[in-house]
Design a protein around this ligand. Structure first.
Ligand SMILES: N[C@@H](CCC(=O)N[C@@H](CS)C(=O)NCC(=O)O)C(=O)O
Length: 348
């Protein structure tokens, strides 16, 4: 055998092994491992935060639990990996996690040239500024920040938007970035920067960590669009569909009035065809609705997710809503039918 032929055969074998590994797919890996690997923040109240026993709570956490319930029938089968802004995309690209559910903004480059894909918008947000009103009593607007030192975390859309905002308003500023969020917050609290900037939800969340939260005000301007949502790798449509439709199931459940409390009862009593399709109720003739099997799951996929974490509205209220410490109004995150932007295509 010639050397050329040998190296060709070796190359072909390597590609076959690589193709085999890729075709196993995330769903199979999740099933074999019996756990979903979910990348979250290192600690952002309302979105993903661990307690002293390492129990994670938050909207982003609940979303991964919903996927685990839909896929494995058990919302507790999730392993959370805390990731800084800089680490998050490499962790997903390298296969260390199955889903990134970490207040991550859907942008074109992240969704295309980074080998990643966004599965939905869990939270419509926008970037804002926070200042300490006891230190800067005259700052009432972002337009008063000319010449200010602004702190934020590196590897975020935040730092890019700051450059756009200050240059388009012909204002000077000094940017100070930190890889660790806690370092950025400490710099702001120590007065090493005049303002701290991030997604507005993040500002409300971080403020809860301060000794005197009321000293810190969120300025009125929103300087960007920050659609935050779960991300998966490109090239695995089956897994992408599961993550995307889990999100849609939670939104549709709210629209149809299905909650964690009533899902079991509604499943047996509802005559509404939309409810029956979402919950996989068999037809009169015993035929299955087939939407769960259509994405490679049990017919009870959506029921399991809703039972575990509630519908979209329940997730929002419990973690960031009016009765949570963050007290965020539904605003743009209300259902489309209530004037908001949360909208899911039908199960049909
Ligand atoms: N949504 C923006 C910002 C996301 C971000 O990382 N924000 C910081 C500040 S709120 C954060 O969540 N830090 C938490 C951490 O690093 O664990 C993005 O996707 O780039």
């Amino acid at each position: 055998m010639t050397n050329k032929l040998l190296s060709f055969l070796f190359g072909a074998a390597v590609s076959l092994v690589a193709a085999g590994a890729a075709s196993a797919g995330t769903l199979d890996e999740v099933r074999q491992r019996d756990a979903v690997l979910c990348g979250v923040s290192t600690g952002l109240p309302g979105f993903s935060v661990p307690d002293s026993q390492n129990n994670w709570t938050g909207m982003d956490v609940d979303f991964c639990r919903a996927v685990a319930a839909a896929v494995l029938g058990d919302a507790s089968k999730v392993k959370f990996t805390p990731l800084s802004a800089k680490e998050r995309f490499t962790a997903l690209q390298s296969g260390d996690i199955d889903i990134l559910s970490r207040n991550t903004t859907w942008t074109m480059s992240r969704d295309t040239s980074s080998g990643l894909k966004f599965a939905g918008i869990m939270y419509y947000d926008g970037q804002g500024f926070m200042i300490n009103k006891t230190k800067l009593p005259n700052v009432k607007s972002a337009m008063d920040l000319a010449g200010a030192t602004v702190c934020t975390q590196s590897g975020t859309t935040t730092e890019l938007n700051l450059a756009d905002f200050f240059s388009s308003n012909n204002m000077e500023y000094k940017l100070v970035t930190y890889e660790k969020n806690d370092d950025a917050l400490a710099a702001y609290q120590d007065g090493r920067c005049d303002a701290y900037s991030t997604d507005q939800s993040g500002l409300y969340a971080q403020r809860l960590k301060f000794t005197n939260p009321d000293d810190h005000i969120v300025l009125p301007e929103i300087i960007s669009k920050e659609p935050l949502g779960p991300v998966v790798r490109q090239g695995d449509d089956a897994w992408f569909n599961i993550v995307k439709w889990t999100y849609f199931a939670l939104v549709n459940a709210e629209e149809l009035g299905i909650t964690s409390q009533n899902v079991e009862q509604i499943k047996t009593t509802s005559k509404d065809p939309q409810v029956k399709r979402l919950l996989g109720v068999p037809g009169e003739d015993g035929t299955s609705a087939g939407f769960g099997t259509g994405i490679g799951l049990e017919e009870s996929w959506a029921e399991n997710a809703i039972k575990a974490v509630g519908n979209y509205g329940e997730i929002f209220e419990r973690n960031v809503g009016a009765n949570s410490p963050l007290k965020i109004a539904r605003g743009k995150n209300a259902l489309w039918s209530d004037g908001g932007l949360q909208y899911a295509p039908p199960v049909r």
